[in-house]
Each structure stands twice: as C-alpha cells, then as structure tokens.
Design a protein around this ligand. Sequence first.
Ligand SMILES: [Zn+2]
Length: 200
Amino acid sequence: MEHPLKVFRYCPACGSERFGVNDRYSKRCGRCGFVYYANPKAATVAVIVNGMGEILVCRRADDPAKGTLDLPGGFTDIGETAEEGVRREVREETGLTVTETEFLFSLPNVYLFSGMEVHTMDLFFLCRVDDGVPPSAHDDAAEAMFVPLSELDVPAFGLRSVREGVARIVAGGLGKLLSGYRGNMSSAPPSAEAISENEL
Ligand SMILES: [Zn+2]
C-alpha cells in the first residue's frame, strides 16, 4: 500500500517541504511539528429491497468504475449521521425516500479520486422505501432499476467493497432480513397499484 498521504508534499500548517512520513498512517512536519493522520472517510451504501425481494441497482455515471453496476450511496457530509447520509444519497441518486434504515455491515475500500487513493469505510444499510414509487436515476447514477436477488451479476459491480457486499448479500446474508421484511409486509401488503408500478 502506498502511503495514504503521498500526494501531500508540503506541511498544510506552515508550507514547509519537510513534511515527512511519521508512521504508516501519518506525516509530521520537521519544521513546525504539525502531525496529520489519514483516517478512512465514512461512506454509505444503500441495500434497497422492495416488497418483492428485488434489490435496487444503479449504473455508475462517472469514474471511478464508470459504466459498472453499483448500489446507491456516497461519502457522508460533515455533521450528518450515516443514516442521514444514506437517506440523502438515495434521494439524490434515485429520487426515492428512505423510510427506515438498518445497519448491516462495513467494508473498507480504496477509492481513486482526483489522482489520490482515498481510503473509505463503507457502511452498508438495509433501506426501506415506499413501495410503488419507481426509481429515477440522477446525479452519480446513470440508471436505476430493481433486479431480483437471484439475477444479480456480482462481477459487474465495479467498486470492490460494493462487489464484496453484494456477494455477501447474494450468499444469504440478507435472507433473514428479507424474511423479516416480508413478515412486516404481510401485515400491510402493497397495493395492487404499487405492484403494477414496480413491474414496469
Ligand atoms: Zn509545518
């Protein structure tokens, strides 16, 4: 692994060139003593499942991994919770409103942005959305569609952590959650209108 602060050549506090490696995650200024640690950036990934057990898949509009499959999500903003972040990203990318979130698992990743290897901590959330509202692709998503779990093409997901997360979900990690979800749905089944809209 290259040093996470490799592109930071000068001390951000005093501008000195003597901004050297302190340890594998940090740099220290030999002139003013400023120390900076690289920590993973918190990012969210939305696992959106509809009442028929289909998962919402997007196609990436931009690099990295432009054109590959993806799940909605992105970096959290300063000051927001991860739950707020995943709701915001889902709204921005798919137009859907998340009504409930449940943390699933986390996976670290490296995301090449602006020529820099950005280390992330991707937080996967099971997200419930209102049934009957079709997704529409915006922002970082070129396409958004519901796909049956059994038809998910795992290698077609371009970002490593998302690919691993989808593989984990396909391998059965979501089974219990889905049965719980279906259990909830049985007390309030989706309307016929909602079902027909989802089938479009
Ligand atoms: Zn300095």
